[in-house]
Design a protein around this ligand. Sequence first.
Ligand code: ADP
Length: 966
Amino acid sequence: TALEKRGNSTTMSTPQLILKQRAELLAVLCGGGSAEPLDCVLDLLLAWEVLVWEDYLSIQVAEKALNYKVRQLLDVVYDKGEDACSCLLAAMNQVLPEEQKAGLCFGEECAVVGKNRPDTATLTLLADRPVLVRKLRDNIDGALNVLLTTDCFTIKDCDVVQLPVYTPSQQTTRPNPEDKENHPSANCMLYQKKLRSSVAAQSHTLSTYGGTGHFSLDDIYTDGLLEVMDGSGETTTLGLEDVVGPVGTLNDDADTFLVSGEAGSGKSTLLQRLHLLWAREALLTNIFLLFPFSCRKLNAEHRELSLKELLFLHCCWPDRGQDEVFQFILDHPNLVLFTFDGLDEFKQGFTDEERHCCPTKQVPIPVLLFNLLQGTLMKGVMKVVTSRPQAVGPSLKRYLRKEVLLKGFSPGGIDCFVKKHHSDPAMARRVIESLQANSVLLSLCHIPVFCWIVTKCHQELLGSQDGIPQTITDVYLLVLQHFFQRKSYQPQGVLGKAWLEEHLDTVLKLGQLALESLEASCYVFSGYELQRIGLTEQDVSMGFLIYCNDLSVTDCKRYEFLHITLQCFFAAFYLVLNRNSDRSAIYRLFQPKNKQLSGLSQRCLGHCIDSSVEGVKSHVTETPNLQITAQFVSGLLSQRHHNLLQECCPTAVRERKAKQVVKSLSKGMQRHFKSIPRPVEGEKKSMHAMPSFVWLIKCIYEMQDSSIAQDTMAKLDVEHLKLTYCNIGPVECTALAYVLKYLRNPVGLQLDNNSVGDVGVEQLLPCLHICHSLYLRNNNISDEGIRKLLEKGMKCERFQKIALFNNNLTDACTQHFAWLLKSKQNFLSLRLGNNNITSQGAEQLAEGLSSNQSLQFLGLWGNKIGDRGAEALADALRNSTTLIWLSLVDNGVGSAGASALAKLISQSKTLEELWLNKNCISREGVECLIEALKMNSSVKEVWLRGNNLSPEEEEELSKQESRLTF
Ligand code: ADP
């Protein structure tokens, strides 16, 4: 590079300067979240030929966060050596404002020497880039016009150029008069008032309580469990107010917040709560205008609309100053929030292929929606989107600021919900007691929509002769009975045995509507569609269909099912009971995508299995719904409901369909088993479950036929079953245990990073005897869950290892572990890291350890056992002839603890690794350890990083004993 150096030279080379100041350089280039400084630096480096175009592209990766790009820049330049580094520092020196340069060292001053003018236009564009950017910035429209009229650019090229992904400083160059900034006009205020009141009216009641009129959202809303995962996989629990807060942000450049959760986990309700609180000025108070949208309703909009029309037609019409209000919205993206409920129900899968950024141009709804989500249109407006996780593919993920997981109710939440639902405390108590007496039912209640049904149908539940519901099919049969009962003229509680037969006509018609519309991703129906199927007013009055609650301006009434799961239930009924359906309908429901035939229903039904494997774009929406439908089909065809269906469906037909289900499930499972790779030599044969594995297991569970479970599992031969990050909650645990208990050979069951909880742990007990290891890291488990687990575990001969890192354990669980250790002399590994165990807990554990002669691994990283705890453990372990590995990292252990551990070292013949990082051990403690190590030959490593020692002491001590690592 043509560089000429001037001034005094400093001692450090420029690459060194860049390395040393990396954190600071990163901070100034990312500070404020604006990409502007980075862009300007890049312009200069391109102009100076420090970077070639390929370098530039490797830095400016569209979907990457700003800090990634800056790091990439620093790496690329560093690799290029001294001259390039000098130029980078010079460019930063030129670009950054004075106040940001304080404290930074830019090395020797350098200047670019004038080069020969480039001889091609392309090179000129590069050489003059910084100047061109400055000059063209405010005249971009004029430039584009010229390019258009001279045919150099197409309209599409112009669109790409005009994407308003403006950095904040660019935004200031747009017309945005300061005086408007914080003073909305009277018309805007008026509009806000109107919007608030219509949002409040729309969100005041829950649709599932619509007909009863008893409850407002305030009366019944119960907080769900919200979690967010950071880049490293750590989860944090959130409150409603944090949904759009900073915690868990993954991509600073994006403005879309995703709330994901399974059907019925409460996503729509959460959004509704957010709307209501905004309308009352109780939350999101910095948001001036909130526009709520429902994706299922947007499906019905076939016109092309501009952004302006979308907002005003679908949400709220400004009575005065339309243009002024819209201009305010355009000028103040940071004061506006859009919500989109149920992206998974939007007919078209997300793509970012078509760019659109003009707020007044009419385009099809998908184009509008997707460009809003990407931030191509209305950059800076916050968007909150809800969806089931399956519908969120990688192309959407890169536009997400963060993803919040909604995991349904906690056990406390269930109690709270039941109490809110039943104003009579005695009744609430009875319902809660009946739930606690039946853990399967309790586990179902973690999903709010099931909790709603169970609570609503308490009468049928408490007085049921058919036993307590075990499956979701049972629960939905309850709700069916409940609704028919409500409308029947018979006295309460008496619904004739043949109730289904009596209402068969209604069920079939609703079933047809449900199935046909699921296949077409349609969730909202016009009166005409109802008529076509023959649904009468009386059918509608049963309550399964409700009027759409809608802010938009339409003349005709529209209907939807009370909940999507109910639509799936009716669809399943139709598949089971419809005598005219073709013979392969059931097979197709369970079939993988590539084996489908043509035709409407085939097209959709076939997506049931593992569409996630391939890039299915537009029909991902049906997959989860058809999976739920398949689950209900399995349940309805179960032998248990034989009596119910007897009069409605000839036995031979029912049996044929049931056989088809069993065959499909068995085939589906085999496909999974075949995918298990051969074990690497020396490693266990392991299966990492694919997404549909848990679904197949749930279908088998719905059938409630142990021989099916047994037959399926007989073919599975693995030593390790990995189901991490699979959304496994209590309901899934019930199904898993039901099936896995039939495994022939013992397995390690790895369920890390799910939401098993205490109730889920209880559900797993039936398969504990087949587990040699249980991994439950990060699963919201508390002492009570452990009590139940170990009570059973003590009796399971094969159960030898448990990992419980990052749960909610306290000293109250350690006595149970002590008992386990005392009574099970083949237990090998106990890992309790990142819980809340103190010295007391350690003392309890020690009691168990002193009479155990089998434990090899003990991990307590990240607890608070202190010196006292360490002393107790060391004492107890002195006689151990099995312990190989001990971790007391980050436990507040000082020299007293270390000297107790030294005694353990001096006696142990088996211990190989001792982990003591991040404690407060000083020289004195380490010297004890060194003394002890002199007498020990088994120990290979003692880790002591991050203790109370100076670097000099560390150096000196490690010379004395090479097995110490500082
Ligand atoms: P999703 O949108 O995830 O499918 P919904 O929000 O529609 O789930 O919830 C289904 C039903 O469950 C609601 O109609 C309501 O009866 C009940 N429900 C869900 N979340 C809550 C909550 N936080 N408080 C009270 N009830 C809830």
